[in-house]
Design a binder for this molecule. Sequence first.
Ligand code: PMV
Length: 341
Amino acid sequence: MPAYASSVPNIALIKYWGNRNDDLRLPAADSVSMTLNTPHVEVGVDHSDILTVSSFEFDGRAREMTMKHIARFQKHLELVKQYLTHIGMMDAIPHSIAYTIHSGIPPAIGLASSAAVFSCVAEALAGLLQQKGHNLTREQISVIARLGSGSASRSVFGGFSAMHAGKGNDIDSAYAEQIVPADYWPLHDIVIIPSLKEKEHGSTEGHALASTSPLFKQRVEDIMDHRQQDCIDAIRRRDFELLQKVAEEDSKNMHEVMKSSTPALHYLSEDTYKIIDEIEVYRRMKNLAVLYTMDAGPAVHLICTEEAKTEILHYAHSKESCTVFVTKTGEGSHQIDKPRL
Ligand code: PMV
């Protein structure tokens, strides 16, 4: 019987960039994110003789799956088998899987679709294992998600969640956990997307280059020494000022690492910098609780409080050549009875 799940992207406040083990996607440092309430991805999984991946847009149109995409699912399944062996669930290992993906995420809008897809895959696989009497914990589901995309481990939880990098090379030494649920601190994420071009370098390639930057070692030290904890404290205390300080520092620092790696990675565009400058002026002028953060793309995520939302929306819609996507704190991945998209 197939198993189904639904999930969403997340926006990182302390960014995951660089691994200590690329093969197992074991991160070099901790990270924190806010799970979003939209757009949704749904995944169905079933036992199969061979691995197949069928992917559809939300309007039902088939999405082309390249060899690179299929290879990623193949690699993920190999790692899942390795992990299930590691935790003594050998009898739960599927021979192979048929995946069906329905994605409501417009391509290249700067929202990490891999985080939504692999958290959803992990959740659906957990449903399949449940049919054989194996109940995985949320932490174990986050490990399965991480094996496909590091940031996906955080979308397993709603609200705000943290990934613990851990130490060593055990396959489950890094996992995510929830900091607080979605209703603890509802914040909005108004995403301004200057360009709808597909990005040139995916994050998997980028992680592998992170350690070539002379700034990388210090970045890892700063996160592990205080920045991760400051961010968690800010969330627990609902301290927007502190959240703004650490999240902006971290986003800027990640982009410095990217720009100083070999080869250099430039994800931000002139529009990105313009929006940041304008927001800095605008928020000072109007005293608005808004922070900016950018992942591996030119999109600017403006995270703000309920009080600041109307002003920020007004600003976002004034950027004529940009696409605006409105989202907020949401629930993480979960199983569903049947597909809805
Ligand atoms: O999970 P990945 O391999 O797609 O990497 C995500 C990288 C960033 O989005 C830039 C940062 C993050 O923590 O989400």
